[in-house]
Write a protein that binds this ligand. Structure first.
Ligand code: BDP
Length: 758
């Protein structure tokens, strides 16, 4: 090895500076002294204190990346250009990160030296193969961090089977350095291996071609479609960096409510330009396809998936796309849902539709993500049952390159839903999770609600729940994929996946609020490891984003950990759901009863009257519980064994039903609303105490939002209490505050220009 490096040294000296362009800094605010505006996300790389620098320098004083010469050479190598390959991206990030953290750029060394960070794969450093590193267990994307000796020098080795693995390993090393003293203490004796547990880790942008974003609360779409493909915003590269730092490896650029235009030549060219920006960071581009595209473009007379002309059109279209984007990921499809066209328009099944598209992309190793979010108002049945009823019979009918994308719950991204009954019910079909990162139903970007806890709650749900049926958490089910799935991408593991509806937009802080960045972060980290712990992720994020001081980290983490439950309490306590305003979904409107479709009305969901409240999903009602495995179904069928947090999701109960607290249901409901308001108040007080520990600008930004959140929590509580009192006819117990305004006032509020309508 020494000989190889020695021989390469002169070449390296010339080529390395050329092929390691400086990280693009134009959009960054990380210059010393710059005001923190949130642009840098968790990749701030602010200087460590002296003691920490002394700790880190001996293990990260130089960078050695032998593969660089064997890579793409100096292509794209002007100093201003963004990295052109994953290895360049890895080195650029280490330079930027270590340079920022240590206050001094680490030199790129041509040969191994003490204290160097060495990035290597068996292909670039054959010596790795004989070091007993067991790299084969890492797959294509995993990495190993190890303090070891190479050629007699003590180094920090980042090893992987591919350059993408090296990029992920580089981010992991920087994360370790950035998350505080405890993590840094491990640097001298590193031995850590990590590989993603799911193969597809994708963001779903609900971005429209006119740059509006459906359910987006962070400005316009970051895709500047109009200016593309010629103009490639520098921000795409920072977007790619942020995602790669989490291990996200795919992004669907456009809204699931798609337009035919996205599959025309000019838009394919625009998507190809974005793909070029993301490729060095291991991120593939996917597109949402409208099922009737060929028909609407006038190319076919029907969109019937079994019509040969239709299938031929899609095949030719796939070929065209792959010509422009050789590593195109595939299609995401919303079909026969909320008015979108689909195979059922031609009396064909979801499988017929999905398989026709799957065959078009299969020769290119593409995939289809077919959404299970379907419900039809013609059906009088409980909306919560419809996806299961339609999809469960199709288990085993999908082509091997199809995944069925299932929302975390059976209604629609509510503040709390039980896990979707399809998880565990389709063993022959790879199911991918769909979480919503944008907070359509949790207070937009205004309310602080850390969703790591919500994601974890679903992922940790045991879908077989018990001895006879065995145990399998949603995370395990996602990780296992389908038994039959024959499709193996690049020889990798089974086709498995997870998607998050992005909360990213053109706003300077990306997500509309500083704390909403944490939801992007937690989603990405859980996509890598669905069994990760939400509290640990909150800690990690807080340390990198605000301050790695232990006291600050602990207090910010506690605040985050209480936040989602606070929102549930003041919006939809005890399993209530779908109580929000019509269309825009902002604020309380439990009284709405006049919409065209019954299952759009909040009254359909809470069913409150003088006798009681809640949706009976047991055998005496819609029997949705029967869609769960028997042990779980039994648990949910009995109000005494149903978790109180989901009580009114599954049961319609009298107002005097006795709760575990000893209180009557009516009193408990009021108590939950009050505790939500109290928690919102406590959150702003906790944040106020953090003032000395957080930079002034971001502290103020968050404080303003927390005050608004508190006011809106009071509004949710007051409007809900006023309404439920009007139907229950029950008095407010002593000590419970009357709503600030009469019910008619809350009913009269209108929000014609609320954001996120697309
Ligand atoms: C709902 C949104 C709607 C989406 C739909 C979907 O309100 O805007 O189009 O989900 O997921 O949550 O398709």
């Amino acid at each position: 090895m020494k000989r190889i490096l020695k021989a390469l040294a002169p070449m390296l000296a010339v080529l390395l500076p050329l092929c390691m362009p400086a990280a693009p800094a134009s959009a960054s605010s990380s210059a010393p002294g710059a005001v923190e505006d949130g642009y840098d996300l968790w990749l701030r790389y602010r200087p460590l204190d002296k003691a920490a620098r002394v700790q880190v320098r001996p293990v990260a004083s130089a960078i050695v990346a032998p593969g660089a010469v064997a890579g793409t050479g100096a292509a794209g190598g002007s100093p201003a250009a963004p990295p052109a390959t994953p290895l360049q991206a890895a080195v650029a990030e280490l330079q930027r990160g270590l340079g920022g953290l240590l206050g001094k750029d680490p030199p790129l060394a041509a040969s191994v030296q003490d204290g160097a960070v060495v990035l290597a794969t068996p292909a670039t450093l054959p010596a790795l193969s004989s070091m007993g590193l067991k790299l084969d267990t890492l797959g294509r994307e995993g990495y190993l961090l190890r303090s070891t000796h190479l050629q007699g020098r003590k180094v920090t080795l980042i090893a992987a089977n591919s350059d993408i693995g090296l990029l992920y390993g580089s981010f992991a090393l920087l994360r370790k350095i950035g998350t505080g003293a405890a993590a840094r203490a491990e640097l001298a004796s590193l031995d850590e291996r990590s590989a993603p547990k799911l193969t597809l880790r994708v963001l779903n942008h609900w971005d429209n071609l006119d740059r509006t974003v459906e359910r987006g609360y962070a400005g316009e779409s970051i895709w500047n479609w109009w200016a593309l493909p010629e103009v490639r915003d520098r921000r795409y590269v920072d977007y790619a960096r942020a995602n790669a730092s989490l291990g996200i490896n795919g992004t669907v650029l456009n809204n699931v409510n798609s337009k035919p235009d996205i599959l025309t030549a000019p838009w394919i060219a625009k998507a190809a330009a974005v793909a070029d920006s993301l490729r060095p960071y291991g991120i593939k581009v996917y597109l949402s396809a409208r099922f009737s595209t060929p028909l609407e473009l006038g190319a076919t007379k029907t969109a019937d998936p079994l019509d040969p002309a239709v299938a031929a059109w899609w095949k030719a279209k796939a070929d065209e796309i792959y010509k422009a984007i050789p590593d195109f990921g595939g299609f995401l499809v919303k079909a026969n849902s909320e008015g979108q066209p689909g195979p059922q328009d031609y009396k064909r099944s979801h499988a017929d539709g999905a398989n026709m598209l799957a065959k078009a992309v299969a020769p290119h190793k593409g995939i289809v993500m077919w959404r299970a979010f379907v419900y039809a108002h013609e059906k009088p049945d409980d909306r919560a049952k419809q996806a299961y009823d339609e999809f469960k019979p199709l288990d085993g009918a999908f082509d091997p390159n199809v995944l069925v994308q299932v929302k975390n719950g059976a209604i629609d991204f509510q503040p709390r839903e039980p896990a979707h009954p399809l998880f565990g019910a389709m063993p022959k079909t790879p199911l991918m999770m769909e979480f919503q990162i944008t907070k359509e139903y949790l207070g937009y970007a205004t309310h602080l609600a850390y969703l790591g806890t919500m994601y974890q709650e679903t992922l940790a749900t045991d879908m077989h729940a018990g001895p006879g049926g065995g145990s399998a958490t949603v995370a395990q089910i996602l990780e296992a994929g389908a038994q039959q799935s024959a499709r193996k991408e690049d020889g990798a593991a089974r086709l498995t996946g997870i998607a998050g509806v992005a909360n990213i937009g053109s706003e300077r802080n990306w997500s509309g609020s500083h704390f909403d960045q944490a939801n992007w972060y937690a989603f990405g980290r859980l996509a890598w490891n669905p069994q990760a712990d939400a509290r640990a992720l909150a800690r990690e994020w807080a340390a990198q984003t605000f301050s790695s001081e232990p006291a600050a980290v602990a207090q910010i983490t506690d605040l985050m950990m209480m936040s989602r439950e606070a929102v549930v309490n003041y919006m939809t306590p005890l399993g209530l759901h779908h109580l929000m305003g019509t269309g825009h979904h902002h604020g309380p409107a439990p009284w709405v009863a006049n919409l065209e479709r019954p299952d759009w009305n909040p009254v359909y969901y809470h069913r409150a009257d003088q006798g009681g409240i809640g949706f009976d999903r047991t055998a005496s009602g819609s029997n949705a519980v029967a869609q769960y495995a028997p042990a779980l179904a039994r648990q949910y069928a009995d109000p005494r064994t149903t978790p109180e947090s989901m009580l009114l999701w599954f049961h319609h109960l009298p107002w005097d039903y006795k709760m575990a607290s000893g209180r009557k249901l009516w009193d408990e409901l009021l108590a939950r609303y009050d505790s939500g308001v109290a928690q919102a108040d406590e959150m702003r007080q906790r944040w106020a105490r953090l003032k000395p520990m957080v930079d002034a600008r971001r502290h103020e930004d968050v404080a303003v939002l927390l005050n608004k959140q508190y006011a809106e929590a009071v509004w949710w509580r007051d409007a809900s209490v006023a309404y439920f009192q009007s139907v229950s006819g029950l008095p407010l117990p002593a000590g419970v505050k009357a709503p600030g305004m009469p019910l008619e006032y809350y009913k009269s509020l209108k929000f014609p220009y609320a954001p996120g309508r697309g």
